[in-house]
Design a protein around this ligand. Structure first.
Ligand SMILES: Cc1cc2nc3c(=O)[nH]c(=O)nc-3n(C[C@H](O)[C@H](O)[C@H](O)COP(=O)(O)O)c2cc1C
Length: 190
């Protein structure tokens, strides 16, 4: 049997179903932010995070060089939805047209939320080697350090989208996703 034919299309987005991760970072006042995001991919123990430059998480990560990458599972849809359309950036409340993506967020109805843990009903768990807490409900939680910052879309003179390269320092997993008999493996089916 011959393979099925293809059509040429121009998709409006290229999110091919990457899992949602919840990034925790430290705000300037010592409180903590959570950002849901899906543009994350991996190479060895490094993760590349595609983030808006004016997201509070990006600002925090560049300032502190620390974050935790928490992998959400499908029981956490409610928490992720509660975080959608929120930002830890107070500037969204006053953003004007010349403030680019922040203005876009404001016009889309994004709300400033200071305590994202409370908003999402999630539980902070102290990290071992970085200051931002882990999210206890997430089956995998990776404490990580910033190693590189790369501008994206510079060839089009578009500013505001960047890739942040982080290195995992310590990984915590729920027992329920471990591969029985293998000390350092996660069961991919789980
Ligand atoms: C499911 C989901 C996936 C998202 N993926 C991304 C992403 O990959 N990159 C990004 O910059 N924003 C993404 N966002 C939007 C951010 O969560 C949003 O910019 C948020 O304001 C970040 O919070 P912060 O400003 O407190 O850091 C996503 C939101 C949701 C709900």
């Amino acid at each position: 049997m011959s393979p099925p034919p293809t059509s040429t299309i121009s998709p409006t987005i290229y999110y091919w179903g990457t899992p949602v991760v919840l990034i925790t970072t430290e705000n300037e006042d010592g409180t903590f932010d959570i950002a849901p995001m899906s543009s994350a991919w991996w190479l060895g123990n490094r993760c590349m995070l595609g983030l808006g430059a004016d997201s509070q998480s990006t600002i925090n990560l560049i300032r502190t060089k620390q974050c935790v990458i928490n992998m959400a599972d499908d029981t956490m849809v409610g928490a992720v939805n509660a975080l959608a359309m929120t930002t830890g950036s107070k500037a969204v409340t006053t953003a004007t047209e010349d403030m680019g993506y922040l203005y876009f967020k404001r016009s889309q109805g994004y709300q400033y939320v200071k305590d994202k843990f409370a908003r999402a009903g999630l539980t902070p768990a102290a990290s071992n080697v970085v200051r931002p807490p882990r999210i206890a409900e997430c089956p995998a939680q990776m404490e990580a350090e910033l190693k590189g910052v790369y501008d994206m879309m510079g060839d089009m003179d578009i500013r505001g989208f960047i890739a942040l390269e982080v290195m995992v320092l310590q990984t915590h997993v729920h027992e329920s996703i471990r591969w029985v008999g293998y000390p350092n493996r996660i069961d991919p089916d789980k």
